[in-house]
Structures are given as structure tokens and as C-alpha cells.
Design a protein around this ligand. Sequence first.
Ligand code: SF4
Ligand code: SF4
Length: 254
Amino acid sequence: MQTAISRIQEHIGDPVSDNPPLNRDDLEEVFEDIQADIRFDHELNGCLNCGICTATCPAAHYYDFSPREIVQLLWTENLEGIYDAMQEKIWSCAQCYTCAARCPFGNSPGGLVMIMREVAIKHGMQSAKDVLRPFSRVMLKLISTGNQLAPDMINPDHFADWGPNIAKIDAPLKLLRQAIPMATLNTTETAWEVNLKTSVELYTIWEMTGVLDQLETIDENLFDVISDIMDEKREDYEDWLDEQDADEEDDEEN
Ligand code: SF4
Ligand code: SF4
């Protein structure tokens, strides 16, 4: 049987990494998961090492991050370097895809970073847990209601970095929302009211696409809270369906 040609060399390692050396099998498993993603071959076609992506990357301007470096690590299959970049660097990308628009090879460094992030979450890497922890309120809202941000989350105490402009949101939100003509916007708990059927359908999507499995890997407490909310909403939906059936039967009898 013909074996696949690999560019993996007897490796090299990352001479400036402070991370302890890792078992090669673990490193290979991480890289294989990245390579196995259906987007990988589309996002990585080769690399001239020209640096155009880094020259146009806003994240590279402010952080110790270079899309050129990320692409080179993947192209040369530098397993230690890939793993090391997943401990911090990949979380600097703003996902703006300027790099993808400029790369002469048609690569998408931002798309590759996205794949690496998803694999970091799948493997429960500490970097993924640390980066996503501050977003737990947003994830709770998003997964449980389908809305990312809600008016009641915009609390002046939570946005001190907005400076004096924060006073502008210190307003009677409930009253103001009631004044909006569209009934689905008369709430402050969600950006707009999502009906029960849509919520339950969303839960099925979160489950079937593996989002909930990923959440359980990186934040078990949040997963438990969201699972309880989902169970309650599903029960409410079943009750609502039963009520509809009962009403229909009453109508038929009358
Ligand atoms: S998608 Fe990421 S890597 Fe690409 S230019 Fe934007 S911030 Fe930089
Ligand atoms: S990814 Fe594209 S733009 Fe970036 S260094 Fe490689 S060839 Fe150049």
C-alpha cells in the first residue's frame, strides 16, 4: 500500500517556547483534527512567506501575532509550533479576513485560525477556557435565548471603560422598550422576544452541531445551567402543544 507523503520532519520544536515538551502523539492528534476539517484544504494552498497577510493584519499591528507565522507553521507541519500558537496567539485574530482578501496564494489565514480555535475548544485547552470565560454571560444569553446581547445586560457598572458616554444608557430602558411599536421588542431580557418553538429548534441545532458538547468541554457549570434552561423550555413547549391539541379536540366536539 502506498503511504501518503508527509512534510513532517524529525522535528525541530519551538526554541523560544516556555511550554513543556509534549507527547508527539498528542501533537499529531491536534494537527490531524485541524487537517481533517473540511475547510482546511480550501484555506491553505501553499505559502510564499511573503508577509502580505501580516502587513495588512490589524491584530498583527497590536499584538504578538502574525498570520504569516500561523500559515507557515501549518504549511511546514511544525507540530510543536502549532500547539504553542494555540496556547495564546490564535486568540488575537479579529476574524476580519483582510488577510484572505490579500493573499496571492488564495489562503485564508483567518479561516485557518478559526479552525485552530475550534480544535483548541474540542481539546479543552486551557487557552480556550481562559479566553471564553469572560463571555459566559453572552454565551448563556445566546444559547438559551438565541439573542447575543439584551438591553438588561447593558449595565453602567459593567461598562466602565465606555467613559462618560455610559451615562447615555443609564435610562429607563423598560419604559423606552415599551414605546417601540413592534411587540417582540417590548422586552429588556432579550434583544427581541424569541418564541418557544424557535427556541426549542435552536436547542436542537446547538445539540446536533456539537456546540453543546464543546461547551461542556470548556465550561461544565455553564453547560449545566443551559441544559436546565433547555429542559424547562422544552417542557413548556410540550405543554403548549398539548394545550393546542386539547383546544382542537374541543373545537371538533363542538
Ligand atoms: S482575519 Fe485575523 S489574521 Fe486575518 S487579517 Fe484579520 S485579524 Fe489578521
Ligand atoms: S499566507 Fe499568503 S500572504 Fe501570508 S505569507 Fe503566505 S503567501 Fe504571503
